[in-house]
Write a protein that binds this ligand. Sequence first.
Ligand code: ZN
Length: 247
Amino acid sequence: MLKVTKAEAPRNVAPDGQEPRSWQAARIDLHKMLTQSAPHHHAATARQHYAQLNKTSLRQKLTEEQRGLCIFCERRIQNDHRTRVAHWVPVSQEPSRAVDWANLYGSCSAAETCDIHQGARQLGIPTPVSVDYRRLIHHSFDGSLEVGQLASAKLSQLEVAALDRALGDATKPEDPQSTLNLNRAELRSARKAALEGLTNGLERLLGSGKWPSDKLKRILKAMEGETNSTPFPGIQTTYLIHRLRRA
Ligand SMILES: [Zn+2]
């Protein structure tokens, strides 16, 4: 799960050819509409209002913020119609957050994982703006993910269980019960390959002995500063941090 810092929402979210409209204005309008409609209409009202926003400008901003990667699985996403604008807390659960920039993330369009697989289910875990999931998820060399030891110090018991549900069972090829299915076999092997790519590259660059910490720090910094990140930075950066501790 990607670490992300939220920038400002796009300035103009009106569809092409219409009067410019700011995100803030769209947000205020939604709140007004919700106060004027009956609670059982809120989700439909919010969905309808959100549907009128310019998805191209939302997608562009989210792809930039996330350095070209899916918020959930860290695969490559492009600034085009295949990238989905995902609500971290689904609109059906909290209609008022349909137009809340901190609730919007770019997701890949894989049918078996991420936003499509989540559907209308609650993730039940904090947004990646408030929590750095790289520190709460344990990445194994085989590419599997599990809830890390730090998670119980940072999250409630319910959230720890929800994080476990988001990752899914790593002993099966896939886990349809999982909200995000991030331990799907194909993702595990892609993460493993990304880690092997990194370690092979570092061995060529630094040899097979002890790696100097200043060089590791520079590589880590460069990776975190890239505008278009290579896929699966989670397993790569946690590995580098682990090597740095031993350097
Ligand atoms: Zn994804």
